[in-house]
Ligand binder design. Structure first.
Ligand SMILES: Cc1ncc(COP(=O)(O)O)c(C=O)c1O
Length: 402
């Protein structure tokens, strides 16, 4: 029996606990590779080896060539780099982006991570025509809706890029990437896939056909602060930051060999992770069933947000009439770590834009996301449901919304 005080971590979509092999590799690299990886001497070359090992491992994991992998500070920067690359005048010979107004059209779904939606808003402010695609109430973005948005946008400006995530961070709904890729390519545009929540959880067909793929190490049991953008050969990126020649000038700044050492190990481990994640589906279903049962017993059954194809480790539930953020805070006091939206939006009073776009603001305001991972056990799920029951019976004795 687990001590009542121990925390049950059911927020694997926010981040994953670094794997012990990752921590060991980082510890070893911290001692051996403190030199600047851009230095040409021996210590510099030893540090650089960790950078190249991470690049190789990410290339294998994503199915791209190592030459076409740019290491970034994480998923956010990879997404920004991907969106920026398609717009504006050609960068000058030094790779400096041309200033001023940008040209072309971008098609993007409304349920993307803020690192895509905010970047799209930024591009719109600089002259890019942005066409937003609404999801179905199930959380899926229909390929036909993407086709219609491209065709509408093309009447205004040439569509250069479509951005569609592989798996939604809040609901776990899997998007129809292969169908979207066919639609995008036949119309002469490129497809960027934010695969941050898919890589290391689903097999590579989850991003099949993508021209640009974003990855973050901390979602695959690697360290925070490092990620990558993999691109098809011939795609020319435009740097977001300006500076030295690191990452072929696309991502200037001294690289971190320690983070890279951890990323390499995490990416190698992630090759086998989809099988481990697939085995989690019965545990996720058990969690859903337990939560539905305790909700019913407390007088209010939760409703699920997200239908159809879903990643095997996520469930998003709304308790209508209650606030998701308050439930999360009450669960935190009981030692259950969950979230009511994307972790990066925590602390904002705004209901999730993803769930608002799918099902409206009321469902969004009452949502709680539970995401399990490789270390979650059946005992965790049973105990978490027990603690949820305790919270619900306490809250339910109060009038709703008080
Ligand atoms: C789908 C998705 N894209 C991008 C990101 C951003 O990644 P990072 O935290 O590495 O900046 C996240 C993080 O939650 C995410 O879930």
């Amino acid at each position: 029996m687990r001590p009542a005080s121990s925390v049950i971590y059911l927020d694997w979509n926010a981040t994953t606990p670094p794997h012990p092999e990752v921590l060991a590799a980082m510890q070893a690299a911290a001692e051996a590779a403190w030199a600047n990886p851009a230095s040409v001497h021996g210590p510099g070359r030893r540090a650089r080896a960790f950078i190249e090992q991470a690049r190789e491992a990410v290339a294998r994991l994503t199915g791209f060539d190592a030459r076409d992998v740019t290491l970034t500070s994480g998923g956010t920067e990879a997404n920004n780099l991907a969106l920026l690359h398609a717009f504006g005048d050609e960068a000058d010979a030094a790779g400096v982006p041309a200033a001023g107004r940008l040209h072309g059209a971008l098609v993007v779904s409304r349920i993307e991570h803020p690192s895509v939606t905010r970047a799209a808003e930024g591009l719109a402010g600089r002259g890019v025509h942005v066409a937003w695609v609404d999801p179905e109430p199930s959380g899926r973005v229909a390929p036909e809706a993407i086709a219609a948005a491209i065709d509408r946008a093309a009447a205004v400006a040439p569509v250069r890029l479509v951005s569609l995530q592989a798996v939604n961070h809040e609901t776990g709904v899997v998007q129809p990437i292969a169908e979207a890729a066919a639609i995008v390519h036949v119309r002469g545009a490129r497809l960027h896939v934010d695969a941050v929540q898919a890589v290391g959880r689903l097999p590579p067909d989850a991003w099949a056909g993508a021209d640009l793929v974003s990855v973050a190490a901390h979602k695959i049991r690697g360290p925070k602060g490092i990620g990558a953008l993999a691109v098809r050969p011939g795609i020319r990126l435009r740097p977001v930051l300006l500076g030295g020649a690191q990452e072929r000038g696309l991502r200037p700044g001294t690289q971190d060999p320690v983070a890279a050492a951890g990323f390499a190990v995490a990416a190698r481990r992630a090759l086998g992770a989809p099988d481990r994640y697939a085995a989690l589906a019965p545990l996720r279903d058990r969690l859903e069933a337990e939560l539905t049962q305790v909700g019913r017993a407390a007088g209010a059954s939760p409703v699920r947000n997200g239908e159809g194809a879903r990643a095997p480790h996520v469930t998003n539930l709304s308790w209508p009439g209650w606030r998701g953020d308050e439930l999360c805070a009450a669960l935190d006091l009981e030692g259950v770590a969950v979230s009511s939206g994307a972790a990066c939006s925590a602390g904002t009073a705004e209901p999730s834009p993803v769930l608002t776009a799918m099902l409206g603001p009321e469902r969004a305001a009452s949502a709680v996301r539970f995401s399990i991972g490789e270390d979650t056990t059946e005992a965790d799920v049973v105990e978490a449901a027990f603690r949820v029951a305790r919270v619900l019976s306490r809250l339910w004795s109060l009038p709703a919304g008080s």
